[in-house]
Design a protein around this ligand. Structure first.
Ligand code: C2E
Ligand code: CA
Ligand code: CA
Ligand code: CA
Length: 279
Protein backbone atom coordinates (compact mmCIF):
# COMPACT_ATOMS: atom_id res chain seq x y z
CA UNK A 1 0.00 0.00 0.00
CA UNK A 2 1.22 3.49 -0.70
CA UNK A 3 0.61 6.45 1.55
CA UNK A 4 -1.73 9.07 0.12
CA UNK A 5 -1.45 11.72 2.79
CA UNK A 6 -3.20 11.72 6.13
CA UNK A 7 -4.10 8.25 7.21
CA UNK A 8 -5.84 7.16 4.02
CA UNK A 9 -4.15 4.53 1.96
CA UNK A 10 -4.53 3.73 -1.66
CA UNK A 11 -3.94 0.10 -2.30
CA UNK A 12 -1.96 -1.14 -5.25
CA UNK A 13 -4.00 -3.62 -7.18
CA UNK A 14 -1.36 -5.85 -8.67
CA UNK A 15 -4.03 -7.65 -10.64
CA UNK A 16 -5.40 -4.47 -12.18
CA UNK A 17 -1.96 -3.19 -13.05
CA UNK A 18 -1.12 -6.45 -14.72
CA UNK A 19 -4.33 -6.29 -16.65
CA UNK A 20 -3.84 -2.74 -17.90
CA UNK A 21 -0.21 -3.47 -18.77
CA UNK A 22 -1.31 -6.56 -20.62
CA UNK A 23 -3.96 -4.60 -22.46
CA UNK A 24 -1.55 -1.82 -23.37
CA UNK A 25 0.95 -4.34 -24.66
CA UNK A 26 -1.77 -6.08 -26.67
CA UNK A 27 -2.82 -2.78 -28.18
CA UNK A 28 0.75 -1.92 -29.22
CA UNK A 29 1.20 -5.37 -30.73
CA UNK A 30 -2.16 -5.23 -32.49
CA UNK A 31 -1.34 -1.84 -34.01
CA UNK A 32 1.91 -3.25 -35.38
CA UNK A 33 0.15 -6.31 -36.71
CA UNK A 34 -2.47 -4.24 -38.53
CA UNK A 35 0.25 -2.16 -40.17
CA UNK A 36 2.21 -5.25 -41.16
CA UNK A 37 -0.89 -7.26 -42.11
CA UNK A 38 0.12 -10.16 -39.85
CA UNK A 39 -3.22 -11.92 -40.16
CA UNK A 40 -4.66 -14.85 -42.00
CA UNK A 41 -8.19 -15.46 -43.14
CA UNK A 42 -9.60 -18.93 -42.50
CA UNK A 43 -12.71 -20.21 -44.25
CA UNK A 44 -15.43 -22.41 -42.79
CA UNK A 45 -17.94 -24.07 -45.13
CA UNK A 46 -21.64 -23.23 -44.97
CA UNK A 47 -23.73 -26.22 -45.98
CA UNK A 48 -27.20 -26.45 -47.48
CA UNK A 49 -29.17 -29.16 -45.69
CA UNK A 50 -31.40 -30.17 -48.62
CA UNK A 51 -28.40 -31.08 -50.81
CA UNK A 52 -25.60 -31.57 -48.27
CA UNK A 53 -23.46 -29.32 -50.45
CA UNK A 54 -21.25 -26.38 -49.60
CA UNK A 55 -22.88 -23.17 -50.84
CA UNK A 56 -20.64 -20.66 -49.12
CA UNK A 57 -18.00 -20.01 -46.51
CA UNK A 58 -17.52 -17.68 -43.58
CA UNK A 59 -14.24 -15.80 -43.42
CA UNK A 60 -12.74 -15.84 -39.93
CA UNK A 61 -9.63 -13.86 -39.14
CA UNK A 62 -6.62 -15.16 -37.19
CA UNK A 63 -3.71 -13.13 -35.88
CA UNK A 64 -0.36 -14.60 -36.87
CA UNK A 65 1.86 -13.22 -34.14
CA UNK A 66 5.61 -13.75 -34.68
CA UNK A 67 6.14 -14.97 -31.08
CA UNK A 68 2.72 -15.88 -29.72
CA UNK A 69 1.67 -17.93 -32.74
CA UNK A 70 -1.95 -18.00 -33.89
CA UNK A 71 -4.21 -15.82 -31.77
CA UNK A 72 -7.95 -16.47 -32.02
CA UNK A 73 -10.30 -13.56 -32.80
CA UNK A 74 -12.09 -13.86 -29.45
CA UNK A 75 -8.86 -12.55 -27.90
CA UNK A 76 -8.37 -9.46 -30.05
CA UNK A 77 -11.55 -8.47 -31.91
CA UNK A 78 -13.02 -6.75 -28.81
CA UNK A 79 -9.79 -4.75 -28.42
CA UNK A 80 -9.75 -3.98 -32.14
CA UNK A 81 -13.29 -2.65 -31.78
CA UNK A 82 -12.46 -0.53 -28.71
CA UNK A 83 -9.41 1.03 -30.33
CA UNK A 84 -10.94 1.56 -33.75
CA UNK A 85 -8.35 -0.73 -35.33
CA UNK A 86 -11.27 -2.84 -36.51
CA UNK A 87 -11.82 -0.38 -39.38
CA UNK A 88 -8.46 -1.11 -40.96
CA UNK A 89 -8.47 -4.78 -40.00
CA UNK A 90 -12.05 -5.35 -41.11
CA UNK A 91 -11.36 -3.69 -44.43
CA UNK A 92 -8.33 -5.94 -44.92
CA UNK A 93 -10.41 -9.07 -44.21
CA UNK A 94 -13.11 -7.87 -46.60
CA UNK A 95 -10.56 -7.37 -49.38
CA UNK A 96 -8.88 -10.72 -48.75
CA UNK A 97 -12.19 -12.56 -48.74
CA UNK A 98 -13.41 -10.94 -51.97
CA UNK A 99 -10.08 -11.41 -53.75
CA UNK A 100 -9.83 -15.03 -52.65
CA UNK A 101 -13.36 -15.82 -53.71
CA UNK A 102 -12.88 -14.15 -57.11
CA UNK A 103 -9.68 -16.16 -57.55
CA UNK A 104 -11.45 -19.45 -56.85
CA UNK A 105 -14.17 -18.59 -59.36
CA UNK A 106 -11.54 -17.67 -61.97
CA UNK A 107 -9.96 -21.09 -61.33
CA UNK A 108 -13.21 -22.71 -62.36
CA UNK A 109 -14.32 -23.90 -58.93
CA UNK A 110 -18.08 -23.90 -58.28
CA UNK A 111 -19.14 -20.34 -57.33
CA UNK A 112 -19.65 -19.92 -53.58
CA UNK A 113 -20.87 -17.00 -51.52
CA UNK A 114 -18.29 -15.60 -49.07
CA UNK A 115 -19.52 -14.23 -45.76
CA UNK A 116 -17.61 -11.48 -43.97
CA UNK A 117 -18.19 -10.37 -40.37
CA UNK A 118 -18.85 -6.65 -40.15
CA UNK A 119 -18.64 -5.01 -36.74
CA UNK A 120 -21.01 -2.20 -35.84
CA UNK A 121 -18.26 0.43 -36.01
CA UNK A 122 -17.38 -0.64 -39.52
CA UNK A 123 -20.97 -0.71 -40.64
CA UNK A 124 -21.64 2.75 -39.21
CA UNK A 125 -18.52 4.39 -40.67
CA UNK A 126 -19.28 6.95 -43.33
CA UNK A 127 -18.81 5.67 -46.84
CA UNK A 128 -19.35 2.02 -45.94
CA UNK A 129 -21.61 1.30 -48.91
CA UNK A 130 -19.07 2.91 -51.23
CA UNK A 131 -16.35 0.79 -49.64
CA UNK A 132 -18.33 -2.35 -50.46
CA UNK A 133 -18.87 -1.22 -54.05
CA UNK A 134 -15.19 -0.37 -54.49
CA UNK A 135 -14.05 -3.69 -53.00
CA UNK A 136 -16.38 -5.63 -55.28
CA UNK A 137 -15.25 -3.73 -58.35
CA UNK A 138 -11.53 -4.08 -57.57
CA UNK A 139 -11.83 -7.80 -56.88
CA UNK A 140 -14.16 -8.52 -59.78
CA UNK A 141 -16.41 -10.55 -57.47
CA UNK A 142 -20.11 -10.61 -58.46
CA UNK A 143 -22.08 -8.83 -55.73
CA UNK A 144 -24.39 -11.80 -55.07
CA UNK A 145 -21.34 -13.83 -53.99
CA UNK A 146 -20.65 -11.55 -51.03
CA UNK A 147 -22.63 -11.79 -47.80
CA UNK A 148 -22.25 -9.35 -44.91
CA UNK A 149 -22.80 -10.74 -41.41
CA UNK A 150 -24.04 -8.07 -39.07
CA UNK A 151 -25.15 -8.52 -35.48
CA UNK A 152 -28.40 -7.48 -33.92
CA UNK A 153 -26.63 -4.61 -32.17
CA UNK A 154 -26.50 -2.85 -35.54
CA UNK A 155 -30.28 -2.64 -35.33
CA UNK A 156 -29.96 -0.82 -32.00
CA UNK A 157 -28.65 2.20 -33.87
CA UNK A 158 -30.64 4.75 -35.86
CA UNK A 159 -33.25 2.52 -37.47
CA UNK A 160 -34.09 4.60 -40.52
CA UNK A 161 -30.40 5.15 -41.29
CA UNK A 162 -29.75 1.40 -41.04
CA UNK A 163 -32.73 0.65 -43.22
CA UNK A 164 -31.48 3.09 -45.83
CA UNK A 165 -28.05 1.44 -45.84
CA UNK A 166 -29.49 -2.06 -46.05
CA UNK A 167 -31.70 -0.96 -48.95
CA UNK A 168 -28.65 0.38 -50.79
CA UNK A 169 -26.69 -2.81 -50.13
CA UNK A 170 -29.60 -4.88 -51.40
CA UNK A 171 -29.73 -2.78 -54.55
CA UNK A 172 -26.05 -3.51 -55.12
CA UNK A 173 -26.97 -7.18 -54.74
CA UNK A 174 -25.00 -8.28 -51.66
CA UNK A 175 -26.57 -10.69 -49.19
CA UNK A 176 -27.16 -9.82 -45.54
CA UNK A 177 -27.13 -12.21 -42.58
CA UNK A 178 -28.05 -11.43 -39.01
CA UNK A 179 -25.31 -13.07 -36.94
CA UNK A 180 -25.61 -14.61 -33.45
CA UNK A 181 -29.36 -14.27 -33.61
CA UNK A 182 -31.08 -14.53 -30.25
CA UNK A 183 -28.23 -13.13 -28.17
CA UNK A 184 -28.99 -9.44 -28.71
CA UNK A 185 -31.92 -7.22 -28.04
CA UNK A 186 -33.31 -6.37 -31.42
CA UNK A 187 -37.01 -6.51 -31.99
CA UNK A 188 -38.25 -9.34 -34.18
CA UNK A 189 -40.13 -6.82 -36.28
CA UNK A 190 -36.80 -5.46 -37.53
CA UNK A 191 -36.17 -8.76 -39.23
CA UNK A 192 -39.11 -8.20 -41.49
CA UNK A 193 -38.44 -4.53 -41.90
CA UNK A 194 -34.76 -4.96 -42.76
CA UNK A 195 -35.52 -7.85 -45.13
CA UNK A 196 -32.31 -9.72 -44.40
CA UNK A 197 -31.54 -12.90 -46.36
CA UNK A 198 -30.41 -15.20 -43.57
CA UNK A 199 -30.83 -15.54 -39.85
CA UNK A 200 -27.88 -17.24 -38.15
CA UNK A 201 -29.02 -18.96 -34.98
CA UNK A 202 -26.34 -18.55 -32.33
CA UNK A 203 -24.34 -21.61 -31.37
CA UNK A 204 -25.18 -21.14 -27.69
CA UNK A 205 -28.71 -22.39 -28.54
CA UNK A 206 -27.46 -25.26 -30.70
CA UNK A 207 -24.89 -26.60 -28.23
CA UNK A 208 -27.39 -28.42 -26.01
CA UNK A 209 -30.43 -28.27 -28.27
CA UNK A 210 -31.02 -32.02 -27.90
CA UNK A 211 -30.85 -32.00 -24.08
CA UNK A 212 -32.16 -28.60 -23.00
CA UNK A 213 -35.90 -28.17 -23.51
CA UNK A 214 -35.76 -24.37 -23.46
CA UNK A 215 -33.14 -24.19 -26.17
CA UNK A 216 -35.01 -26.78 -28.20
CA UNK A 217 -38.13 -24.60 -27.99
CA UNK A 218 -36.21 -21.45 -28.92
CA UNK A 219 -34.52 -23.05 -31.93
CA UNK A 220 -37.80 -24.59 -33.10
CA UNK A 221 -39.50 -21.20 -32.84
CA UNK A 222 -36.69 -19.34 -34.61
CA UNK A 223 -36.75 -21.77 -37.54
CA UNK A 224 -40.54 -21.55 -37.81
CA UNK A 225 -40.45 -17.78 -37.58
CA UNK A 226 -37.83 -17.41 -40.30
CA UNK A 227 -39.92 -19.69 -42.54
CA UNK A 228 -42.92 -17.43 -41.99
CA UNK A 229 -40.85 -14.36 -42.81
CA UNK A 230 -39.29 -16.12 -45.84
CA UNK A 231 -35.82 -15.67 -44.41
CA UNK A 232 -33.34 -18.58 -44.57
CA UNK A 233 -32.23 -20.08 -41.27
CA UNK A 234 -28.65 -21.19 -40.61
CA UNK A 235 -27.64 -23.02 -37.43
CA UNK A 236 -24.14 -22.29 -36.13
CA UNK A 237 -21.88 -24.63 -34.19
CA UNK A 238 -23.40 -27.93 -35.27
CA UNK A 239 -21.18 -30.71 -33.97
CA UNK A 240 -23.25 -33.88 -33.61
CA UNK A 241 -25.56 -36.06 -35.71
CA UNK A 242 -28.27 -35.59 -33.08
CA UNK A 243 -28.14 -31.82 -33.49
CA UNK A 244 -28.18 -32.24 -37.27
CA UNK A 245 -31.22 -34.50 -37.13
CA UNK A 246 -33.03 -32.09 -34.82
CA UNK A 247 -32.43 -29.23 -37.27
CA UNK A 248 -33.41 -31.30 -40.32
CA UNK A 249 -36.67 -32.34 -38.66
CA UNK A 250 -37.58 -28.70 -38.13
CA UNK A 251 -36.75 -27.55 -41.63
CA UNK A 252 -33.62 -25.53 -40.90
CA UNK A 253 -32.08 -24.53 -44.26
CA UNK A 254 -28.36 -24.40 -43.62
CA UNK A 255 -25.69 -25.37 -41.13
CA UNK A 256 -22.14 -24.50 -40.17
CA UNK A 257 -20.05 -26.47 -37.71
CA UNK A 258 -17.35 -28.95 -36.86
CA UNK A 259 -19.63 -31.80 -37.96
CA UNK A 260 -18.70 -30.79 -41.50
CA UNK A 261 -15.44 -28.89 -41.05
CA UNK A 262 -13.55 -26.51 -38.81
CA UNK A 263 -12.40 -23.20 -40.35
CA UNK A 264 -9.48 -23.90 -42.72
CA UNK A 265 -6.65 -21.92 -44.31
CA UNK A 266 -7.39 -21.01 -47.95
CA UNK A 267 -5.30 -23.82 -49.50
CA UNK A 268 -7.01 -26.52 -47.44
CA UNK A 269 -10.43 -25.05 -48.10
CA UNK A 270 -9.65 -25.06 -51.79
CA UNK A 271 -8.80 -28.76 -51.68
CA UNK A 272 -12.08 -29.47 -49.94
CA UNK A 273 -14.21 -27.67 -52.53
CA UNK A 274 -12.23 -29.16 -55.40
CA UNK A 275 -13.02 -32.61 -53.95
CA UNK A 276 -16.73 -31.74 -53.79
CA UNK A 277 -17.12 -32.81 -50.18
CA UNK A 278 -20.76 -33.37 -49.16
CA UNK A 279 -22.46 -33.77 -45.77
P1 C2E B 1 -18.88 -15.86 -35.17
O1 C2E B 1 -19.06 -14.83 -36.22
O2 C2E B 1 -20.09 -16.30 -34.43
O3 C2E B 1 -18.13 -17.08 -35.87
C1 C2E B 1 -18.37 -18.43 -35.58
C2 C2E B 1 -17.38 -18.95 -34.58
O4 C2E B 1 -17.78 -20.24 -34.18
C3 C2E B 1 -15.94 -19.10 -35.12
O5 C2E B 1 -15.03 -18.85 -34.07
C4 C2E B 1 -15.92 -20.59 -35.50
O6 C2E B 1 -14.62 -21.13 -35.54
C5 C2E B 1 -16.74 -21.16 -34.37
N1 C2E B 1 -17.33 -22.46 -34.72
C6 C2E B 1 -17.77 -22.88 -35.93
N2 C2E B 1 -18.29 -24.12 -35.87
C7 C2E B 1 -18.17 -24.50 -34.58
C8 C2E B 1 -18.54 -25.71 -33.87
O7 C2E B 1 -19.08 -26.68 -34.43
N3 C2E B 1 -18.27 -25.73 -32.54
C9 C2E B 1 -17.69 -24.69 -31.89
N4 C2E B 1 -17.45 -24.81 -30.58
N5 C2E B 1 -17.33 -23.55 -32.52
C10 C2E B 1 -17.58 -23.45 -33.85
P2 C2E B 1 -13.73 -17.94 -34.26
O8 C2E B 1 -13.14 -18.15 -35.62
O9 C2E B 1 -12.87 -18.14 -33.06
O10 C2E B 1 -14.33 -16.47 -34.23
C11 C2E B 1 -14.92 -15.95 -33.06
C12 C2E B 1 -15.64 -14.66 -33.32
O11 C2E B 1 -14.72 -13.62 -33.68
C13 C2E B 1 -16.62 -14.71 -34.48
O12 C2E B 1 -17.82 -15.34 -34.06
C14 C2E B 1 -16.77 -13.24 -34.80
O13 C2E B 1 -17.67 -12.64 -33.91
C15 C2E B 1 -15.38 -12.71 -34.53
N6 C2E B 1 -14.65 -12.58 -35.80
C16 C2E B 1 -13.91 -13.49 -36.48
N7 C2E B 1 -13.40 -12.98 -37.62
C17 C2E B 1 -13.83 -11.68 -37.67
C18 C2E B 1 -13.65 -10.60 -38.59
O14 C2E B 1 -12.99 -10.71 -39.64
N8 C2E B 1 -14.27 -9.41 -38.29
C19 C2E B 1 -15.02 -9.25 -37.17
N9 C2E B 1 -15.60 -8.07 -36.92
N10 C2E B 1 -15.21 -10.24 -36.27
C20 C2E B 1 -14.63 -11.44 -36.53
CA1 CA C 1 -20.22 -14.59 -38.03
CA1 CA D 1 -22.12 -16.19 -35.32
CA1 CA E 1 -20.67 -15.88 -32.13
Amino acid sequence: AKEKGGNTFEMYHPEMNMRSLYRLNMEIELRKAVEREQFMVYYQPLVELSTGKIFGMESLVRWKHPEWGMVSPGEFIPLAEETGLILQLGNWVLQQACNQNAKWIAMGLPPLCVSVNISVKQFMQSGFVQLIEDTLRLSGLPSNLLCLEITESVAMNNVSYIQDMLDKLRQIGVQISIDDFGTGYSSLSYLKRFRVHTLKIDQSFIRDVTTDEDNAAIVTALIAMSQQLKIKSLAEGVETLEQLQFLRDRGCNEIQGYIFSTPLPADQFETMIAENKVL
